[in-house]
Ligand binder design. Sequence first.
Ligand SMILES: [Zn+2]
Length: 421
Amino acid sequence: MARIGAATIEQNREIADPCHAQADYTMKLSPSFQIDPREPWVEEHNREVREVWDAYKADRPTCVPVIFTGARTLYLEENRIDYRTYYENPDEMLRLQLEWQRRAKELPFGDTLLAGTPATWSVYVDFHPVASASCFGCPVVFRPDAVPAHECAHLSREQCRDMPMPDLFTSGLLPRQREFMDRFDRICNAGLTFLGKPVKRFKPSLPSIGGGTFSTALDIRGPEIMADMYEDPDFVHTFLERIEEWHIALHRAWSAMEGVPHALDTPDGGTFGLYGLFDHGIDMLSPQIYDEFLVALILKLSRKYGKRPSTSLHHCGRGTHLFPLMQKRFGLTAIDALTWPINDVGKVRREIGYEVWIKAVISDSILRTTPDAIRQAAKDFFTPEVKGKGRLSLWVAGEVTGIPAENYRTLYAAVREYGRY
Ligand SMILES: [Zn+2]
């Protein structure tokens, strides 16, 4: 594909701000796509992408659609950018999000329409996945080549019991979240445009907080929480409920601050589980224990807030042994990030039913190998049992470095071959 040098334009604006009368900013943004939307290969790609998605959504798929989100990591690698600058500087966070979105529309590695601009570019303040844990005092590590990670706080049972819940505005990374939000707003409100379209900040700001109830409990107490489940179940019930209520209070407080209605406060409809059901770490629980502690809590709070539990599950671990129970309790309709080969996707589809929409992932460890190995993996993965009659998409997350562009290209071609119906 043609690459047009690293041409940039500079946008200089004066920002009207009562505190900083004439704060200037300079942001170097690409002036155009690096591919030409009129090139035949781009038109052909876009035509095929529309066909694949239309058929998938009509539930008469012709091929498994590929959702490629690796542009972010590829862009950082192509430009040798240290990931830490993204978290240190709001202007850089904003700029990179725009450039990633542009790059994603140039790479033909998935079923994304290329070289088109949205009506509005959306940006958001992003401290995923450490914001929640940081509020509870978990040490956060910013790394050069990946999203940040955090360590466990390893509090004792007594410390967890006596712990006041973190302040909704001043704990952990929340002040930085707020500072970045304000900076984004000042820049966007001053009239920032990118490739001719306006840029707006997505609200509310905190979907990026990360952390489910059980994963946050693990972050604070550590794996000991699983022994607590046997030794002191009352402690665990209370602790999990406090964490979930804290998450709710946090989202409500920030939604109110930003003037956005909170999902639990809408008069009718909506679900409990603001962004679906998700909880990293539940892989280690037995169905009985998951039922006793997590299902019970979700049902209790759903009743309290007058909502039904979400039927959409994000699970990127290996906890498929919990799926039949979740199906029974919540009536799952969609599962996201189901990773192969650590999970038997065919077995999941058989057990929970082919009407459930599955977004599957082929493990990054395979994507880091060779084109031949990737082609073979796609052939092995797309069995008739896995494909069913449809409702299957493949998410190529590309969250780790070290995956050559050629490997993404190979996977996409292999899905077109083996993922056909
Ligand atoms: Zn996940």
